[in-house]
Write a protein that binds this ligand. Structure first.
Ligand SMILES: Cc1cc2nc3c(=O)[nH]c(=O)nc-3n(C[C@H](O)[C@H](O)[C@H](O)COP(=O)(O)OP(=O)(O)OC[C@H]3O[C@@H](n4cnc5c(N)ncnc54)[C@H](O)[C@@H]3O)c2cc1C
Length: 427
C-alpha cells in the first residue's frame, strides 16, 4: 500500500531497506516465480526491480536529475500497473567488436518536448503483450558513443516502433500434449525504432556517457534477487519433473538415478539459499551506500576482505550450470519414454485399451504416464524447451564473457594472496 495515497500497488516495486522488508519482497518474487513455475523470466517484476535499482543507483552517484526521472517513471508504471518489456542489447551485427554497431538505437534529434531515436534493440521478451518498453544500458559505452547513451520508456504503440516477433511456440496443441508451450510462451521480439519520438517525460538519460555508465555498477541488486528467485523456481520445476519421470520409469528405485535426483535436490537447496544470500547482499549494499561507500569491504579477521558478489555470480555461473545438469539428468531419467504418442492417439477407442495394458508406468497408469512424459518433452525437446535452455545460458549476456569478467575481480587477488601466504609460510 502506498503511504502517500493508501492505494494498493504491486509489491515488486518495493524499495526494501530493512531485513523484514527484504523478506517480504523475497516472498513476493517467490510467489510470482512459483505461480509461473520459473519459466517466465521476464515478467514485469524483473523491470520493477530494475527500476527500483535505478533510483537507488542514481541517488547514490548524485545524478539527481536521472534519479528524479527514474522515480517518476517507476511511479508511472507502478501506479498504472503496466506490463513492461525491456531491450538492453544492441543488434548482433559483429560481436567481435566492442564498440556499439551503427544499427544500435541512437539519438538523431533533440526537440523542446523530447527526442527522436533511430535503430534497433533486442531481445524484447514479453513484447507481444507489453504496454511499455524500457531501453537502457547493459555494457558500458565509450566516450565517443554519447548518441547511443539512451535510457527511456515508451508505449509499445508509439508511431514508428516496429515489433518484429519470433514465431510463437503454441501451435494449438492440447494442455496435456504441450503443458508448458500452450500456457507460458512469453514471446520475444526485435524492436526497430524507425525515427520514433520519445516525449521528455519518458526520457531518463539522453546522451550523457558518464551517467549512463554509472547506472549498472551501482545497483544495490533488487533485480538480482528477482533473477535468483526465478532461477531457483526453475530448478525446483526441473527437479520435480525428474521425480515424476523417475516414478514413471521405476528409476526412482535404482541407486544411480536416486543419486541424480539427490544431486538435483542439493542444487535446489543451494539455489534457494542463494535467494537468502542475495537478499542479505542487497541489505549490505544499501547500508554501504548509505555510508557513501560503493561496496562493503572488511578488514576484520574471520571475514572475507571483499563482500561476496553472490547474486551476480550465481546468475553468471551457478544457475546456468545447475540448469544444464538438471536437464541432463532429466533426459537420462526419462530416456526414450519422452518420445510418446499424443493425447488424441491415446483417446482412439481401438488402441486405448492396449495402451492402458502395455504402456503403463511403474507407479502410475498409462494416462498419467503420458502426462508426465509430455511435460518432460515440452521442457527438453520442444521449441519451448530449447528456448528455455538458451535463456538460462544467455540470461545475463554471453556466459563466457561474463565469467571472464570475474578474472578482474578483487576476489581473485584475495584468493591468490591466500595461496601465496601458504607458499611463503611453507618455504
Ligand atoms: C530467450 C532469451 C530471452 C532474452 N530476453 C531478453 C530481454 O527481454 N531483454 C534483453 O534486453 N535481453 C534479453 N535477452 C538477451 C540476454 O539478456 C543476453 O544479453 C543476450 O542474449 C547476450 O548475448 P549476445 O550474444 O547477444 O551478446 P553479448 O556478447 O553478451 O553482448 C550483449 C551486449 O553487450 C555489448 N557488449 C558485449 N561486449 C562488450 C564490451 N566488451 N564492451 C562494450 N559492450 C559490449 C554488446 O554490444 C551487446 O549490446 C534474452 C536472451 C535470450 C536467449
Amino acid at each position: 500500500m502506498l503511504p502517500e495515497t493508501g492505494e494498493q500497488v504491486c509489491r515488486s516495486y518495493y524499495r526494501a531497506t530493512t531485513h523484514d522488508e527484504m523478506m517480504a519482497l523475497l516472498r513476493c518474487y517467490h510467489a510470482r516465480a512459483d505461480a509461473t513455475f520459473g519459466v517466465m523470466g521476464r515478467l514485469t517484476d524483473f523491470m520493477s526491480a530494475w527500476l527500483t535499482d535505478s533510483i537507488a543507483s542514481f541517488e547514490f552517484t548524485g545524478n539527481d536529475e536521472a534519479a528524479a526521472r527514474s522515480k517518476r517513471y517507476h511511479a508511472f508504471v507502478r501506479d498504472n500497473d503496466l506490463v513492461l518489456t525491456h531491450a538492453l542489447i544492441d543488434p548482433q551485427t559483429d560481436r567481435s567488436k566492442v564498440d556499439a554497431p551503427d544499427e544500435a538505437v541512437r539519438l538523431v534529434e533533440r526537440r523542446g518536448d523530447g527526442i527522436v531515436v533511430r535503430g534497433a534493440r533486442l531481445l524484447s521478451t514479453l513484447a507481444p503483450v507489453s504496454d511499455e518498453v524500457y531501453i537502457g544500458p547493459f555494457m558500458p559505452r565509450r566516450p565517443d558513443e554519447q548518441d547511443k547513451c539512451l535510457i527511456f520508456g515508451l508505449p509499445m504503440n508509439a508511431p514508428g516502433l516496429k515489433i518484429v516477433c519470433r514465431e510463437g511456440y503454441d501451435h494449438g496443441r492440447s494442455r496435456t500434449d504441450r503443458p508448458l508451450s500452450s500456457r507460458f510462451d512469453e514471446g520475444d521480439a526485435i524492436l526497430i525504432f524507425d525515427d520514433v519520438f520519445v516525449p521528455d517525460d519518458r526520457v531518463i538519460v539522453a546522451g550523457d556517457v558518464e551517467v549512463y555508465n554509472s547506472l549498472l555498477p551501482n545497483f544495490p541488486g533488487y533485480v538480482m534477487l528477482q533473477a535468483v528467485t526465478r532461477s531457483a523456481a526453475k530448478l525446483r520445476l526441473l527437479t520435480g519433473i525428474a521425480a515424476l519421470a523417475a516414478k514413471a520409469t521405476g528409476r526412482d528405485k535404482m541407486a544411480r538415478y536416486q543419486e541424480m535426483l539427490g544431486e538435483m535436490t542439493t542444487l535446489v537447496h543451494i539455489g534457494e539459499g542463494l535467494q537468502q544470500a542475495t537478499a542479505l547482499e542487497i541489505l549490505a549494499q544499501v547500508s554501504a551506500q548509505r555510508d557513501g561507500k560503493p561496496m562493503w569491504t572488511s578488514d576484520r579477521p574471520g571475514e572475507p576482505a571483499t563482500f561476496p558478489k553472490v547474486g551476480n555470480a550465481s546468475i553468471v555461473t551457478f544457475f546456468p550450470n545447475a540448469s544444464r545438469t538438471c536437464l541432463d539428468h532429466l533426459r537420462m531419467i526419462s530416456g526414450s519414454g519422452a518420445l510418446i504418442y499424443s493425447e488424441r492417439d491415446y483417446e482412439q477407442p481401438e488402441i486405448r485399451g492396449l495402451i492402458d495394458r502395455y504402456v503403463k508406468g511403474a507407479a502410475m497408469d498409462a494416462h498419467e504416464r503420458l502426462k508426465v512424459m509430455k511435460l518432460v518433452w515440452d521442457i527438453t525437446g520442444e521449441q519451448f524447451g530449447a528456448r528455455q535452455a538458451l535463456y538460462e545460458r544467455y540470461y545475463s549476456g554471453d556466459p563466457i564473457k561474463n565469467a571472464a569478467g570475474y578474472f578482474l575481480s578483487p576476489k581473485l587477488a584475495e584468493a591468490e594472496a591466500m595461496a601465496r601466504r601458504l607458499r611463503v609460510d611453507a618455504a
